[in-house]
Design a protein around this ligand. Structure first.
Ligand SMILES: [Zn+2]
Length: 268
């Protein structure tokens, strides 16, 4: 774009050789000045546009800061909720009360669940020999067994596994903690959805060979897929409270050819 400064306009006029030339030069100078004026106006419009853009960026920035502080607040709230959930401990008394109060319905439901599990095991073809040795404790740092294998609730309900729950040495709740494969094996069954209050919730079965399998119940989510080969100690799921459960815990079972058995001889 052509641009003339005042010095060059003055120079243009003062360089006139005679009056006619002066007039011509004055007209040119006037046009140049006119052009400069237009240029200035154009610049002012552009400046105003830039100012508008700057203002709108500032406004966006304020909006973003508002959104960010909302997100921060939400994050703090969620962290609080998570801590609350983690502090929850499995309430075995509540489970017993629920069982005794609704015994007929729960017995019927458990019969159905066990029939489903039997059908699942009937389809599992155990591969190879069991070479796992003593199994790994499935939730590292959580030693408390809130409900043992065998008859419970005054001999009214047979517990087909052990419940691992409560807190670790640091006082952290078990919810969301990794569940480890007790031995090498293959993921033989996965259940990824659940009905609240019913059965094992989200669970999986690992075949270890020789007809020996382990079952991990009430998880909040799985970390492996059906058919995956897993290594002893690998994270396969996370502790939850899905299914018939009154607080975060792992229900751990050992089965031999589909029949539940005490896990203790395999763990010690
Ligand atoms: Zn259990």
């Amino acid at each position: 774009m052509y641009k003339a400064g005042n010095a060059s306009v003055l120079g243009l006029v003062l360089g006139a050789e005679d009056f006619s030339d002066f007039l011509t030069r004055s007209k040119v100078a006037s046009r140049v000045a006119q052009h400069d004026q237009e240029l200035i106006e154009e610049m002012q419009v552009k400046l105003a546009e830039i100012q508008d853009t700057k203002d709108s960026i500032e406004a966006d920035k304020i909006d973003l800061e508002g959104t960010k502080s909302q997100q921060d607040a939400k994050r703090v709230q969620l962290a609080g909720q998570l801590a609350d959930t983690q502090d929850q401990i499995q309430d075995i008394e509540a489970l017993e009360q629920d069982y005794l109060a609704n015994k007929a319905a729960i017995d019927k439901q458990m019969e159905e669940v066990q029939a489903e599990v039997d059908a699942i095991y009937a389809k599992i073809k155990s591969e190879g020999e069991y070479e796992g040795g003593i199994m790994l404790w499935p939730v590292e740092g959580y030693e408390t067994v809130t409900s043992d294998y065998g008859w419970r609730f005054g001999g009214t309900d047979f517990h087909t596994g052990i419940d691992i729950a409560r807190l670790n040495a640091k006082g952290e709740g078990i919810y969301g903690k990794p569940i480890r494969a007790a031995a090498d094996g293959t993921v033989a069954f996965t259940q990824t959805t659940f009905t609240p209050g019913r059965g094992y919730g989200i669970y999986l079965i690992i075949d270890h060979g020789g007809g020996i399998s382990t079952l991990y119940g009430h998880t909040c989510g799985l970390n492996v897929k059906l058919g995956d080969k897993v290594k002893r100690g690998q994270t396969i799921a996370f502790v939850g409270s899905t299914g018939w459960s009154t607080g975060p815990h792992l229900h751990f079972e050992v089965r031999v050819n589909g029949a539940y058995t005490s896990p203790w001889p395999y763990l010690q």
